[in-house]
Design a protein around this ligand. Structure first.
Ligand SMILES: [Mn+2]
Length: 303
């Protein structure tokens, strides 16, 4: 039976593409390895696979021997991992409680992407990377590092991406923009689905609120349906029995957020960010993180 190489549940581009790259590497080393996935692929990953004409890996089921990529916490692994023997772990996350009965091969490094480690393993062992695999590993790096903008991105990621782009025959920036745009657009989504994205409930002092966040490459595309979004936000607020609904429309590339405001008290938002809410919207340059740049400010304003 084959060795399955698999990433985490709710797979992102790194989890899928590193699995494909790592399976390719294992095969080159003489092992019967196949890539697998632990869930449905997202729009961004589909774009990468279509672009480089690579098949979607099979959904994992009753694997006997596995190599884990891009995760190591048992809670993030595919259902049934407890029945499988883990042979190796290739990852760039903190270690989170994995126990094994036998020693395993581990390559965990503090870089921005698992694909950076996979590419490095190929180069170290003189395994030639074909164009389509290079393209997928590149896609993973561009995705995980958000075009090198993420604080987790390292020089190793950048260098690997440049080399992989040359092998894949794509212009790095141009391809990266197209890739992220394919994943971060609202194409095919209803206003209600946009307003529901990553919705969390909070209490700011005595104000009950919901704060959703959608991260996109082109915020204008979202703001174009603002009136419908505000209606959907009001409906969500009523359903969740809160008075205030906020929607962060976060611009990945320009590192800013258009914060849409529905319900009351709107002046809590004005106090939190020292800006006027105009047409149910506040523009917040530099704001990307709900946890660090929205919730504490709202909490303080409510004191
Ligand atoms: Mn990753």
């Amino acid at each position: 039976m084959s060795i399955y190489v698999v990433g985490h549940k709710s797979p992102d581009t790194d989890s899928i593409c590193s699995a494909i790259g790592m399976a390719y590497y294992e095969k080159a080393m003489g092992f019967d390895a196949v890539p697998a996935r632990a869930g449905e692929i997202n729009k961004e990953t589909k774009y990468a696979l279509d672009y480089f004409k690579v098949d979607v890996p099979e959904l994992i089921s009753d694997a006997k021997e596995v190599i884990l990529v891009d995760h190591n916490e048992p809670a993030q692994a595919f259902d049934g991992i407890e029945n499988a023997k883990i042979l190796a772990l290739i990852d760039h996350h903190r270690l989170g409680g994995l126990c094994t009965p036998d020693p395993i091969y581990i390559n965990v490094r503090p870089v921005g992407c698992t694909a950076t480690i996979v590419a490095d393993m190929c180069w170290r062992h003189e395994v030639e990377i074909p164009a389509e695999i290079a393209g997928l590993l590149l896609s993973a790096i561009l995705s995980d590092t958000v075009l090198f903008k993420s604080p987790t991105c390292t020089e190793k990621d950048k260098k690997a991406a440049e080399t992989l782009a040359a092998i894949a025959g794509v212009e790095l920036k141009e391809y990266g923009m197209a890739l992220l745009k394919a994943g971060a657009g609202i194409d095919g989504m209803t206003p209600a689905q946009v307003a529901d994205t990553d919705l969390k409930k909070f209490e700011f002092g005595s104000t009950k609120a919901i704060v959703s966040q959608i991260s996109v490459m082109d915020p204008e595309e979202v703001l174009a349906i603002k009136a419908d979004l505000l209606e959907a936000m009001k409906a969500n607020a009523a359903a969740k029995e809160v008075s205030l609904a906020l929607l962060m429309v976060t611009d990945i590339l320009n590192e800013s957020t258009h914060l849409l405001v529905a319900g009351e008290p709107a002046d809590l938002v004005e106090k939190a960010f020292e800006k006027k809410v105009e047409d149910n919207c506040v523009f917040l340059p530099g704001v990307m993180s709900r946890k660090k740049q929205i919730v504490p400010q709202m909490t303080n304003a409510a004191k």
